[in-house]
Ligand binder design. Structure first.
Ligand code: FUL
Length: 517
């Protein structure tokens, strides 16, 4: 980007901000931006919508969303017993990887583009991958390294070495531990394990609480003390996000890697019981949160908001395994998802306002298998090829809001927020030459809230505008593929939004189209 364009962009940004802030000063200056909002009894739907449009992610939630692609490692007793759900009776001696190399895992995942990796420190079978003081059902009593090993330690060391963030999966459901089902005793046991993991391994960025909950060995069902678990995480790792049965990150609701077509981050929650002191605490929603099912298709439409008694920012994580199972099974060696399948998953997870959590399970040797590595390399190559060249770079940009047109506004990742007016706004891009394309990317500035409800993309065929893509929500990122078209001009039309939509970035790409000529 040239200095002149950079300067233009700065002036332009100021103009836009002063224009938009001027017309919405009450909204933008006075509204307190938090990742939750209280709704008062009898509040009008207009007022609720305005509040929803101003709920924003916490600093940590925003940093998490920006990672886009993170990874899961399912490794443990099941790897050796060829099961998906061990019942907690398998002999710890069975756990014996012959060539465990966590550096190999993390090197491969980093090369694939993952920014954080979550390890199953304990799955439902109760076997701990670290030598816990509180149970013998762990690596301590296995044959691996004569019981002196610690997979969690080796995993964390490798993440630190390669600069990836660390996540820990700790299954509350435990099919081995005797105290499971004897609620206070097991809650103490679980809290102890959590405390060990969050105290002894440095910075942990995501804590994954699985929702699966069955009976324990004694046939009793455990009542988890979620609030106690949250307190431990908040105290020991104040910047960590808690997934699943907690308030920071929501399970998207399937294990296919395909997110919702319409994915709202702001959804209703009943906050009426919060008192003033609680409201002002660091994590007010923790105090009243009761894990429930968030898998229905519509979580945050206007209709859903009508009856809301509170709102919170609760973004979706889209988990899927590179193989049919979560754990390694030799018979699935030829069923590893192909680069094309993984690319499609990326479009339907990250490209649908979610974070992709892709599981890659190491084998019995303790290594990621070559098929998985090969397909991850292919996946990364695909993404690099598609997104290498934003065809809108250096295009001329016009909108129905600004008198002048500008060049290169969205170019070269120098993204600028353009606050739009009313419910209908148009941003038009004119490229230097006609180009062929079949992928569009939109990004909202979610730090100001998620607002777009309906949009379309048109291209100019030298006579008239024709629609090539259409969608509902955008959020952090929306990707849409369509049949290839060739044009010099495109326009983004926001047909409906909650308050002023804020578009941060627009991209136009060609998948498998040669634009060299
Ligand atoms: C589920 C578990 O039951 C599966 O085994 C796996 O760990 C998956 C990610 O979550 O709830």
């Amino acid at each position: 980007m040239t200095a002149a364009i950079k300067n233009n962009s700065k002036i332009f940004l100021l103009l836009i901000l002063s224009f938009s802030f001027g017309s919405n000063s009450a909204l933008l200056a006075q509204i307190e931006r938090k990742n939750f909002a209280i709704i008062n009894p009898g509040e009008s739907i207009e007022s609720i919508i305005e509040k929803a449009a101003n709920v924003v992610p916490s600093k940590e939630q925003y940093a998490w969303q920006k990672m886009e692609f993170i990874s899961f490692i399912h490794f443990g007793m099941n790897t050796f017993t060829n099961k998906e759900w061990g019942d907690g009776t398998d002999d710890p001696k069975v756990f014996n990887p012959t060539r465990l190399d966590t550096r190999q895992w993390i090197r491969i995942l980093k090369n694939a583009g993952a920014k954080l990796v979550i390890l199953t420190a304990k799955h439902h079978d109760g076997f701990c991958l670290w030598p816990s003081k509180f149970t013998d059902y762990s690596v301590k009593t296995s044959l691996w390294k004569n019981g002196k090993g610690d997979v969690v330690r080796e995993f964390v060391n490798a993440c630190n070495e390669f600069g990836l963030k660390v996540g820990i999966y700790l299954s509350p459901w435990d099919r081995h531990e005797k105290s499971y089902g004897d609620s206070p005793r097991y809650n103490e046991y679980f809290t102890n394990l959590l405390t060990e993991l969050l105290s002894n391994y440095g910075k942990i960025s995501e804590v994954w609480f699985d929702g699966a909950c069955g009976e324990g060995p004694n046939g009793k069902k455990q009542i988890y003390d979620w609030q106690q678990y949250y307190r431990v995480v908040r105290k020991l790792q104040p910047n960590a996000l808690i997934f699943g049965m907690a308030t920071d990150i929501r399970w998207v609701g399937t294990e296919t890697g395909i997110g919702r077509e319409t994915e709202w981050n702001v959804i209703p929650i009943d906050l009426t019981s919060l008192n003033k002191e609680e409201y002002n605490s660091v994590h007010p929603v923790d105090l009243i949160y009761n894990p429930k099912d968030y898998t229905e298709n519509d979580l945050g439409s206007r209709e859903k908001l009508t009856t809301a008694k509170g709102l919170f920012w609760y973004p979706a994580e889209t988990d899927v395994s590179i193989r049919p199972g979560w754990f390694y099974h030799e018979k699935e060696d030829d069923k590893v998802k192909t680069p094309e399948e993984l690319t499609n998953i990326y479009f339907n997870s990250v490209g649908r306002n979610g974070v992709l959590l892709l599981n890659v399970p190491p084998n019995k040797m303790g290594l990621i298998s070559s098929n998985d590595e090969k397909n991850l390399i292919g996946f990364k190559k695909n993404l690099n090829a598609i997104f290498k060249n934003n065809l809108l770079e250096n295009s001329q940009v016009k909108t129905n809001l600004w008198k002048k047109s500008f060049k290169g506004v969205f170019s070269n990742k120098k993204t600028i927020s353009c606050l739009q007016k009313d419910n209908f706004s148009v941003i038009e891009f004119e490229m230097v030459y006609p180009k062929s394309f079949n992928v569009v990317m939109l990004q909202e500035e979610i730090q100001l809230g998620q607002r777009i409800e309906k949009f379309r993309v048109d291209y100019w065929n030298d006579k008239e505008w024709n629609e090539c893509a259409r969608g509902t929500t955008v959020g952090f990122k929306r990707l849409i593929k369509f049949s290839p078209v060739k044009a010099k001009k495109i326009r983004i039309v926001v047909e409906q939004s909650r308050l002023n939509a804020t578009i941060k970035n627009v991209g136009l790409f060609s998948e498998s189209i040669n634009n060299a000529l």
